[in-house]
Design a protein around this ligand. Structure first.
Ligand SMILES: [Zn+2]
Length: 305
């Protein structure tokens, strides 16, 4: 397993950091704890041309409009903040994160193996929407580019595992009409997003109730993984840490060791089936998110991944 990180992933707003519970510099903190680990870095952020190739014509306008971007980031519009500021401080780091996902998926297809992009996993965005702190659907954008480059074909089977506390409505919408994409989603069914339309697209759903503990989460996840087939060309995993009991948004009750165990279970399931893949950061809004991810990566490395 190789890590993917760029200093450009970090969203540092200085005094404005209080605007959102998301710890925008958590990627830097994770990598600081993993000092001796080899890291791969994308050469540049994803271009707006590549973003546009995924989006509807209406969304191409909205992603360049600060009113719509503020709404998607779930922060109030601040009168003195321009689109340029938003673009430089928040959207550019997010485009680097998308490039990290594309790099991981590209290497997984070319060389096999598992890659862990510390950022990305923007599973609420899709071609016609940005919401829930997700502007660019990194998986959808990457798949468009991989198809274009001939690394994937329309017939190839893709697996998306989503263990973030929230249902991955953006990925479900993106691949609504594509039967070659299998979705396994473990999520708190009592919280956003509540769309039955996208929830019903999930092939292997694991809906949980608020307050679910680690033991139940892990045993139901393990059962869901046993339903997977072996013939996926590529896997994406949205490994959000908003499942932690300290997280104010996820509503679940996992601890740090549960998350480490969850990531080891995921990687084992992929390795056993010989599925190359890329793990993505996903959500994680508490201060414990960074040490939890670092702990999980150390655990997986110690197991030989
Ligand atoms: Zn989430």
């Amino acid at each position: 397993m190789k890590l993917i990180y760029s200093e450009n992933f970090n969203i540092d707003l200085g005094l404005l950091n209080y605007l959102h519970p998301f710890d925008g510099t958590k990627f830097r903190k994770i990598i600081a704890e993993l000092a001796s680990t080899e890291v791969l870095t994308p050469e540049t952020g994803i271009s707006m041309d590549e973003v546009d190739e995924f989006l509807t014509s209406m969304m191409r306008v909205k992603v360049r409009d600060e009113v719509f971007v503020f709404r998607a980031l779930e922060v109030p519009k601040i009168p003195f903040v321009s689109f340029n500021f938003l673009d430089r401080k928040i959207l550019t780091p997010m485009r680097w994160a998308v490039a990290g996902t594309k790099l991981g998926a590209t290497l997984a297809l070319q060389q096999g193996g598992l890659y862990w992009n510390l950022a990305g996993g923007y599973h609420h965005a899709h071609k016609a929407s940005m919401e829930g702190f997700c502007i660019y659907n990194d998986i959808g954008i990457s798949v468009v580019q991989l198809l274009k480059q001939g690394l994937l074909s329309e017939q190839d089977k893709i697996l998306i595992i989503d263990t973030d506390a929230h249902h991955g409505n953006g990925n479900a919408f993106t691949f609504m009409e594509n039967p070659n994409v299998t979705l396994l989603d473990v999520y708190n069914a009592d919280i956003y997003p509540r769309s039955d339309f996208t929830r019903e697209r999930v092939n292997i759903p694991v809906p949980l109730a608020s307050g679910c503990q680690g033991q139940e989460y892990l045993s139901r996840y393990q059962t869901a993984l046993s339903q997977l087939e072996n013939d996926y060309k590529l896997a994406f995993v949205v490994a959000g840490t908003d499942v932690l009991k300290e997280d104010k948004l996820g509503g679940l009750m996992l601890n740090k060791d549960d998350v480490a165990q969850r990531e080891a279970i995921t990687l084992t399931a992929l390795k056993e089936r010989n599925i190359p893949g890329v793990i993505l950061g996903g959500g994680g809004y508490s201060k414990l998110s960074a040490p939890t991810v670092a702990n999980a990566i150390k655990h997986c490395l110690s197991l030989g991944f």
